[in-house]
Design a binder for this molecule. Structure first.
Ligand SMILES: [Zn+2]
Ligand SMILES: [Zn+2]
Length: 442
């Protein structure tokens, strides 16, 4: 892989960004706004990087983002905005009304951290510990949500400084629990919507479009990735109990062995992907937990099985669940046992609205340079931004966070490492995306 060339290109592109942008934009409202944005980003980025360090050192788990929400609300107030707090537990929203008439759009940043013990050499690395599912764990921003929150505070800062010139309004959404609320709790985008984030409570109504970005360790700082259409998968979770009949391990004929049945079920479930669905249809069925038995010489009465299903299309999602029930029914009956299946649908697939994607791609290219905007593969990971993007047209892009010449672990790993220099790029890309979108919809 020509990594060196890519690195040189990325660095060059960064160095010449402002000049490149104004040259490409030509005259007009968008170009004047773009120049202001670049100046403001440069001026404000150091302060926003400090906020990023603060957030990174004080990560909070899903639905526990109290201090984070306080920091966010305080910063929004310092910009003259009137944030609404406690939306969907710890969420914060704020409406920035531009000085000129125009549509309402929204932008979302997620705020929660993960039960991961950070293993990076960052001077501001997290050493925080907390309790998760009854266990003491390290807590870290291993999914880059500190970058998303700080970048969005930066975007709000830049746009607040030039609000008089802004043709329209922007709803800033700081969302808790993107990684999913703890068991038994509600949270995330779905709860924010249920509590009226798109209307009623001071949000200014339903936005015309919604945007979000996510840190991406496969791209270098200066690069942006996106793909049209489905970009993140639907996330389902299943729990199955396979019931048999307990007996001495030496007398299997007196038992109905749920371990043998479960073993057959695990293998048979994989045939849904390979035999029941078209070969070109993306899907994943993973059994993540298979638990049963207490002693080597006892055939247990029950086996517990848990896993996840990832799909893009609603009909495929339904088909997987239907086949899963059929297979569990057939396999357990054949073995003389029975089963119970709980199939829980979490976030639907995140789909980049095709028309919106077409409209914003040139805006992104102008912001970071055409060669730095890459079409990336869709991911089978999930994203609860999908709930927002199911309500109004949405666009979700990936922000390169790896400093050229360094390496980062993957998302959700202890060595995930987003570089500070990604903050200014994220601020510039998102601010210009929002402002140019409003200008072009004017
Ligand atoms: Zn994550
Ligand atoms: Zn994330």
């Amino acid at each position: 892989m020509p990594r060196r060339n890519r690195t040189v290109r990325a660095v060059l592109a960064l160095a010449f960004l402002p000049a490149l942008a104004s040259a490409q934009a030509g005259g007009g409202l968008a170009s004047r706004i773009d120049q202001r944005i670049d100046q403001e980003v440069e001026r404000l980025a150091p302060r926003i990087v400090e906020l990023r360090h603060q957030l990174h050192q004080n990560p909070e788990l899903s639905n526990r983002e109290e201090k984070t929400a306080e920091l966010v609300a305080a910063h929004l107030r310092s910009l003259g905005l009137e944030p609404r707090t406690g939306v969907g537990k710890t969420g914060v929203t704020a409406l920035l009304q531009g000085g000129k008439p125009g549509p309402l759009i929204a932008v979302r940043a997620d705020m929660d951290a993960l039960p991961v013990t950070e293993e990076t050499d960052l001077p501001f690395k997290s050493t925080k510990r907390d309790t998760f599912l009854g266990q003491e764990v390290g807590v870290a921003h291993a999914c880059g949500h500190d970058i998303h929150t700080s970048v969005q505070l930066g975007v709000a800062s830049v746009l607040a400084a030039m609000r008089q010139d802004l043709p329209g309004s922007i709803l800033f959404i700081f969302q808790p629990a993107e990684e999913g609320p703890p068991p038994g709790e509600r949270g995330g985008a779905e709860l924010m919507l249920a509590e009226g984030v798109f209307g009623g409570g001071g949000g200014g109504g339903k936005p015309k479009a919604i945007f979000a970005l996510h840190s991406f360790p496969d791209l270098e700082v200066g690069q942006i990735g996106y793909n049209p259409g489905p970009t993140m998968a639907a996330v389902d979770q299943f729990t199955a109990k396979i019931r048999g009949k307990q007996a001495h391990g030496a007398y299997p004929h007196l038992a109905v062995d749920p371990i043998v049945i479960a073993a057959q079920a695990v293998l048979a479930l994989q045939t849904i992907r390979s035999r029941s669905l078209p070969a070109l249809e993306p899907s994943v069925i993973t059994v993540g937990i298979l638990r049963g038995g207490e002693r080597f010489n006892i055939i247990p009465g029950e086996v517990h099985l848990e896993g996840t299903v990832r799909t893009y299309k609603e009909e495929v999602r339904k088909e997987v669940e239907r086949r899963m029930r059929e297979i569990l029914d057939g396999v357990t009956r054949a073995g003389g046992g029975s089963f119970e299946l709980e199939y829980k649908k979490n976030a639907p697939a995140t789909v980049n609205d095709p028309a919106l994607t077409e409209k914003v791609r040139p805006l992104l290219e102008r912001a970071v340079g055409a060669g730095n905007v890459k079409v990336v593969e869709p991911s089978m990971a999930g994203e609860d931004f999908a709930y927002f993007a199911n309500e109004v047209p949405g666009f979700y892009f990936r922000l390169g966070v790896v400093k050229p010449g360094t390496v980062s672990g993957g998302l959700h790993t202890p060595t995930f490492r987003a570089d500070d220099s990604a903050v200014a790029v994220g601020m510039r890309a998102m601010t210009r995306l929002l402002a140019d979108y409003l200008s072009s919809s004017h």
